[in-house]
Unconditional design. Structure first.
Length: 388
């Protein structure tokens, strides 16, 4: 039995071993995004190329999370703002060595256009008769930055988390925390923003020589006020307090603050925005995290679309790296809603893609996560290295 088949079989066995878990959440705990028909954007003419691209990734945010959150806020499925975007598709997520991807392989595929093994960050582990080698792969964010475009990589997770680090780091293992942050010191992105758990490493005297490499070009900030007050001529490595993320508008707020910094670049910008809460909700079978994380994304997508409506050269894409929790059903009464989780792990399910703006038509239908990367690279005018 080959590795791929055995992985799928093992995943199926694990799924059957997990009893369906019905979890309840009180109605009214979250307000969610309310919008009118006038807020829904119309399709733009096909064939245009964007100056700016905003890619929003809901970690683990599969169709079940969409349905549960729409039912929670609007009383029926399909009513989230992001579900109203004019271009709709589905993203295939498998990794090179498994039918069920992890976040590292998924993000690397979405950033570099290459399938890699689970745990690989920004490159691929390759085995040959001569031994095992790790082949680093540049993301379209790095390639665009080298050509003068502003780049912002922002997340509610750790900066060294699998999704953000795939855009700037190159390590065989997602668990190489110090190695990923060392790569960050060589990164010339304008904004890298995330949770505050990397501050201890950056302030550790043992890492002072590494951090000193960015002393003249970067500032390291803590909290939204410090980030917003950072000098305009400096690149920023920003950290947010975890309590800030309890706000429904938190992801939209730090995204808007980041846009304010990078939109000044005459060459335009690329921005990746990640919310980690849907994944936490799936793994923990926690309906509050599932719903709040999807609300985070819906509000952030609305803010991104508002920017795109004012700046007609901006493309907005929203998707997920994979599905988590195998969420299969949701129901509600007058007081509470029930979400059914069928696992506490990732699944092999395709995930939704929605897009608006110039180039959006490239993301319609069923596409692979590597195709998403290649399409973004093409729109940015850079060429990815694609391994055989």
């Amino acid at each position: 039995m080959n590795k791929f088949i055995s992985t799928v079989v093992l995943t199926s066995i694990c799924a059957f071993a997990f009893a369906a878990n019905d979890k309840k959440i009180e109605l009214g705990k979250y307000e969610g995004l309310k919008y009118s028909a006038n807020d829904v954007p119309a399709a733009v003419e096909a064939g245009a190329k964007p100056k700016n691209i905003i890619l929003l990734i809901g970690d683990g945010m599969g169709s079940g999370a969409f349905n549960a959150t729409s039912l929670y806020i609007h009383g029926e499925n399909g009513k989230l703002f992001m579900e109203q975007l004019p271009v709709k598709g589905m993203l295939k997520t498998r990794s090179l060595n498994s039918g069920v991807t992890d976040s590292a392989a998924a993000a690397t595929a979405m950033a570099t256009g290459n399938k890699v093994n689970n745990s690989n960050i920004g490159g691929r582990t390759v085995k040959s008769e001569e031994g095992t080698n790790f082949v680093p792969l540049k993301s379209y964010a790095t390639l665009s930055n080298e050509k003068g475009k502003a780049i912002a990589i922002i997340t509610s997770d750790s900066i060294a988390g699998a999704t953000p680090s795939a855009f700037f780091a190159h390590k065989p293992s997602r668990h190489d925390f110090g190695g990923i942050l060392t790569d960050l010191m060589d990164c010339k992105f304008d904004v890298v923003l995330g949770g505050n758990n990397t501050l201890k490493w950056l302030r550790n005297k043992d890492n002072a020589a590494v951090v000193a490499k960015i002393a003249d070009t970067h500032v390291i900030t803590e909290g939204m006020s410090e980030f917003e007050a950072a000098p305009a001529d400096k690149k920023v490595i920003a950290h947010l307090d975890s309590k800030f993320l309890d706000k429904e508008t938190s992801v939209a707020e730090f995204m808007n603050a980041s846009i304010a910094r990078v939109e000044k670049n005459p060459n335009g910008f690329f921005m990746m925005v990640e919310c980690c809460y849907p994944d936490k909700g799936g793994h923990g079978n926690d309906p509050s995290k599932t719903v709040l994380g999807t609300i985070h994304m819906d509000i952030a997508v609305k803010a991104a679309v508002d920017f795109a409506n004012k700046n007609k050269d901006t493309l907005v894409i929203v998707t997920a790296d994979h599905e988590t929790g195998s969420i299969s059903a949701s129901s509600r009464d007058d007081k509470e809603m029930t979400i059914t989780y069928n696992s506490g792990s990732h699944s092999a399910a395709n995930v939704p893609v929605y897009a608006f703006g110039p180039g959006a038509e490239l993301f319609a239908g069923e596409i692979d996560n590597t195709v998403l990367a290649k399409n973004i690279a093409s729109l940015l005018g850079v060429e990815l290295e694609i391994l055989k």
